[in-house]
Design a protein around this ligand. Structure first.
Ligand SMILES: CC(=O)N[C@H]1[C@@H](OP(=O)(O)OP(=O)(O)OC[C@H]2O[C@@H](n3ccc(=O)[nH]c3=O)[C@H](O)[C@@H]2O)O[C@H](CO)[C@@H](O)[C@@H]1O[C@H](C)C(=O)N[C@@H](C)C(=O)N[C@H](CCC(=O)O)C(=O)O
Ligand SMILES: Nc1ncnc2c1ncn2[C@@H]1O[C@H](COP(=O)(O)OP(=O)(O)OP(=O)(O)O)[C@@H](O)[C@H]1O
Length: 489
């Protein structure tokens, strides 16, 4: 791209050295710099990208975007800006040509349900013959190939690049999870959403946001950033059963569609029944009511499906066809996903790692529990992250007959510190603290009897555990099946 054209995106700048005419690429990581590329130095939580500038020059960078003048060896221009983080958003969107304007862009925010709602939307869109790309916790899904990503919402450069790739592959739509970190850290700069969806707001991430109020206000950025251009066909979808929705409604002038179970809503579900491994409900819509049966389990998935339906209806998709697709939806990976085994117990893998999600996951399983059987619930939580939610998580888990307290990704924290914090919230004595997750999974199988239900929560789709800063292979399902074969055969 012509540098002059690229740099017109940043009005406040000071240039040192001779600018190259063109750059071939932009990078925020010195290890990814290409010859004739630009390198943007970002001050991170761990290191300062400015310290890697010389490495970037050695790798061929001809343009650096910096916050202060650097003494470097080599032929490189420096562009000094007040904030490289802000420049990253502006430059990335310009470099990739504002690709989000050319796709149907749907963003989903909320404490729980982002992966589920985006997965549901993606599957319905594909079922309706639309080509959809998907980005979130599970990675970047383009044409059925899954590319790993470090974050639920990736940095501004990767975000623009993913949308550009989706556009180049002629996708009609891109569905994205929008995390509060992503909003707070400007990772979504320049993403022009057509539909913004809110799932719910409950306790999580207070290590980062400090208070629920700050956390809730950050989520609001998604709605405020839809803008004021009312010629655009933009829509907002809000959960009528969550008090934060009233606040988000005020942040946007665009049409608001509501969904819910317990309040008046444009998309309202009633008569929910959980039978035969399926969920059945009646969905009232602006165009009459539909009886829906689906394989997704639990009330929380009724909310998720209502949210997805409202979003697609707002963009003129046929309700009849949407409902047909809902009836065929596969489970979302690692979200109340049944593990199919020959064992005389039912095993579910789930990603619940907030108090609210734990309550919802347990409620989803309770209708399937026999009178004399047990619900065994295994929960962990991540080390070196929000500790304040731990006792509440265990209190919610106490609805289960037997609870196993363990770790998700312990990182640098002692097992006993994590399980000890969880144990403070337990409301009964039927529990065990086992920090080693593999051992904890084996313990669940060991105490299970025929007819019992086990939910392994917290790791969901993940196939690893992070201990210190290393990822070790780990699968709750594989460990459980192996142990079950030994025990029940
Ligand atoms: C706290 C946080 O958000 N950290 C994010 C941040 O990492 P960081 O600040 O530590 O980066 P750093 O290592 O200091 O590097 C600073 C700069 O130097 C550069 N660098 C670094 C090393 C080098 O050799 N060369 C080089 O150029 C880096 O590329 C970077 O530009 O920037 C990284 C790159 O964008 C992110 O992957 C990383 O997310 C980490 C993995 C993370 O765990 N983040 C969590 C808190 C998070 O963001 N979670 C949300 C919510 C998920 C949910 O809802 O549950 C998410 O959206 O994922
Ligand atoms: N709408 C919902 N309301 C409450 N809980 C939900 C909802 N949808 C899913 N859950 C529960 O939360 C867990 C996480 O769901 P999901 O991955 O869809 O949320 P998320 O917002 O993407 O979470 P994260 O950002 O941590 O990845 C699920 O395994 C389930 O237990």
């Amino acid at each position: 791209m012509r540098v002059e054209e690229l740099l017109s995106a940043i009005p406040q700048k000071k240039i040192l050295g001779v600018l190259p005419s063109y750059i071939e690429d932009i990078a925020v990581d010195s290890r990814a710099v290409q010859p004739q590329g630009a390198f943007i130095c970002i001050k991170g939580y761990t290191v300062d990208g400015h310290d890697y500038a010389q490495k970037a020059v050695d790798a061929g960078a001809t343009l650096l975007v910096v916050e202060r003048e650097l003494q470097l060896v080599g032929n490189v221009a420096q562009l000094i800006v007040p904030s490289t983080e802000r420049a990253l958003g502006l430059l990335s969107a310009r470099f990739f040509g504002y690709p989000s304007e050319e796709l149907l862009m749907i963003g989903v925010t909320g404490t729980n349900g982002k992966t589920s709602v985006t997965g549901i939307l993606h599957n319905i869109l594909m079922g309706l013959g639309k080509k959809s790309a998907l980005a979130g916790t599970i990675g970047f899904n383009l044409n059925g190939t899954l590319y790993e990503s470090a974050n639920t919402t990736s940095d501004a450069l990767s975000t623009q690049q993913m949308i550009y790739r989706a556009k180049e592959e002629r996708c009609d739509a891109m569905v994205m999870e929008v995390s509060s970190h992503g909003l707070a850290l400007g990772r979504l700069a320049g993403v022009d959403y057509d539909v913004a969806i809110f799932t719910n707001l409950t306790h999580d991430h207070l290590d980062f946001h400090g208070t629920m109020e700050a956390y809730g206000n950050t989520k609001g950025l998604l709605f405020a950033q839809l803008g004021q251009d009312l010629r655009k066909d933009k829509h907002v979808v809000l959960n009528a059963d969550d008090d934060w929705s009233a606040h988000y409604e005020m942040l946007t002038p665009f049409p608001v569609w509501t969904y819910g179970l317990h309040s008046d809503a444009d998309f309202h579900a009633s008569n929910c029944r959980y039978e035969d491994g399926m969920t059945h409900f009646t969905m009232q819509t602006p165009e009459g009511s539909y009886d829906v049966s689906m394989y997704l389990l639990g009330e929380f998935n009724v909310y998720n499906v209502l949210a997805a339906t409202a979003a697609l209806y707002a963009r003129q998709f046929s309700l009849f066809e949407i409902v047909q697709q809902i009836e065929q939806l596969p489970p979302v990976k690692g979200r109340m996903e049944k593990v199919h085994t020959d064992l005389p117990i039912q095993i579910f893998i789930d990603y619940a790692h907030t108090p609210d999600a734990i309550e919802k996951a347990i409620n989803a399983a309770l209708p399937y529990k026999g009178e004399n059987s047990k619900l065994i619930f295994l929960i962990g939580t991540g080390g070196n992250r929000d500790k304040s939610k731990r006792p509440t998580m265990a209190a919610k888990a106490s609805v289960a007959d037997y609870v196993i307290l363990t770790t998700d990704d312990p990182r640098y924290e002692e097992y006993s510190s994590i399980t000890g914090d969880l144990a403070k919230g337990m409301l009964h004595e039927q529990y065990a603290c086992i920090g080693d997750r593999a051992e904890a999974v084996r313990h669940a199988i060991h105490i299970a009897e025929a007819g019992d239900i086990i939910i392994f929560a917290g790791k969901g789709h993940e196939d690893y555990q992070i201990i210190e800063n290393t990822k070790y292979p780990h699968s709750d399902a594989e460990i459980a099946i192996a142990e079950g074969k030994v025990k029940f055969v």
